[in-house]
Design a protein around this ligand. Structure first.
Ligand code: ZN
Length: 479
């Protein structure tokens, strides 16, 4: 039986460079445990799938109405699913360094990387940072990244710890082929465990859609056809120059959904490769996103400025070896800072010292029966003249926006939402709940003082070359 049947993903499809049977033999023939003791001591292969800008509420396994995600839905059925996972920022540049260091943006200081102005610059994650890939490499893992996002260029510091780091401007199916080809190369009887990180951009503005995916989600073919979106539309809408009709908004959402389906199809190829010979059963697969996406819920399209829930909620699906915790649904609010400690716990102990991490392993819910957390979650963005931070605790969420002005004190705006009965953050309660505002603000300030004691030295800023700047502008990064 093909392992893909286990997932209901279906057999490997046409175009897969490596046959499933070849992968079975080459990658995993050495991987069968001879006895349970050996199995316990072996480090599991780990695959981290990051789908840029993927909103969980647009996936079937999170309750969505359209058939965007049959592959992820099948994976989720054999996995633990975190229903309320949030990122610590609303765009890639700060969010991915946090995922890879388990530090808040304020601690690693990677905030900016836009295409703004004549000399655009980008923050670099300093060498001092101890990354997930570095830590896994230290524990004997072969490490590789296949990333499609200009904010993840090797010179921005994210390649630390990777044996192989491929930055590609390719759609998800091609990225998957690169990953599988690498796996083929590092496999063999004496193979080390592997850590593979794949970061696909198809669900990011302007949404890359395959014809098959467009048909599968049943949207209007015209609206979701390739090149149907004017790339400048997002900026025009966000600047108030264009008002989008309800039909046009629906068309954009259909296109986003079709892009998700395109990714899902590609993940079917990936899982079919990994599943070969039931090898997936030995593996950890974690699927998540770096942030969500806005569709005018608060007047904006895209992501990266606001910190409302549609920008922060991310999927978090954790497929464990031997289907441990399959079907578990965890409602606690967890953050992407928890990903690194989770994967390190699953990778097994190290002889070296453990890095300092702000997150906590998600296995506390799956193996140790932790109560639903009531600790605060924090999110941050910082652009040239505006900083924004959000703190959520006990069902409340405070957003503090600071506009810096050249010849005047900064302008500060506070918003308060009761997430429990206003999940859409429609009604600002700050004017009528001054005590709650004060308490959350005090919590935010205490958190700032606390994490400042564990911050990295600020890294370099590097000039963004003209070609990268032009591409960033096309993706909507011109803060
Ligand atoms: Zn992103």
């Amino acid at each position: 039986m093909r392992g893909s049947d286990v997932l209901g993903v279906g057999p490997a499809r046409r175009g897969l460079t490596l046959s499933v049977s070849a992968l079975t033999l080459l990658v995993f023939s050495c991987g069968r445990p001879e006895n349970p003791g050996a199995a316990a001591s072996r480090r599991p292969p780990i695959v981290l799938v990051l789908v840029d800008a993927l909103r969980p509420d647009h996936l079937g396994c999170y309750g969505y109405r359209r058939p965007t995600s049959p592959v992820l839905d099948s994976l989720a059925a054999s996995a633990a699913l975190f229903a309320n996972a949030v990122a610590v920022s609303s765009w890639t540049k700060p969010s991915i360094p946090s995922l890879f260091t388990s530090l808040y943006p304020s601690q690693h200081s990677v905030f900016e990387g836009s295409a703004h102005g004549d000399t655009p610059e980008s923050d670099v994650l300093p060498d001092e940072a101890v990354t997930l890939a570095e830590t896994l490499k230290e524990r004997g893992y072969a490490t590789a990244a296949f990333v499609n996002n200009l904010h993840l260029r090797p010179r921005f510091g994210l390649a630390q710890g990777f044996d192989r780091y491929e930055e590609l401007s390719e759609p998800a199916p091609v990225m998957v082929q690169h990953l599988l080809a690498w796996l083929h190369g590092v496999s063999g009887p004496e193979a080390r465990p592997f850590f593979a990180y794949i970061h696909v951009l198809d669900a990011h503005w302007p949404y890359t859609v395959s014809a098959a995916a467009a048909q599968a989600v049943g949207g209007d073919r015209q609206q979701i056809a390739p090149n149907a979106v004017d790339r400048s539309l997002r900026d025009a809408v966000n600047q108030g120059l264009v008002k989008l009709s309800p039909e046009a908004l629906e068309g954009l959402i259909a296109r986003y959904d079709a892009a998700i389906r395109s990714v899902d199809d590609a993940l079917g190829e990936l899982l079919a490769g990994l599943t070969a010979g039931s090898a997936l059963d030995e593996m950890v697969v974690l699927v998540t996103a770096d942030h969500g996406e806005e569709f005018l819920e608060h007047g904006l399209l895209g992501h990266g400025d606001a910190l409302y829930e549609e920008s922060l909620h991310v999927p978090l699906i954790l497929r464990l070896p031997h289907r441990e915790a399959a079907g578990r649904r965890i409602a606690a609010r967890v953050t992407s800072l928890d990903v690194m400690p989770t994967l390190l716990e699953l990778a097994g102990p190290s002889a070296g010292s453990a890095p300092s991490l702000e997150g906590k392993s998600l296995m506390r819910y799956l193996r140790r029966d932790a109560p639903p957390t009531d600790s605060a979650t924090i999110a941050e963005v910082r652009h040239k003249s505006t900083s924004r931070q959000a703190i959520s605790k006990d069902g409340w969420k405070l957003i503090r926006t600071v506009h810096r002005r050249p010849d005047a004190p900064p302008e500060i705006k506070l918003e308060l939402y009761a997430l429990a009965d206003d999940a859409g953050e429609r009604s600002d309660r700050a004017p009528v709940e001054p005590g709650t505002v004060r308490a959350l603000l005090a919590g935010l300030e205490a958190w700032e003082r606390d994490v400042a004691t564990r911050s990295l030295r600020r890294g370099d800023r590097v000039r963004v070359d003209d070609e990268t700047a032009a591409k960033l502008r096309a993706l909507g990064y011109a803060h």
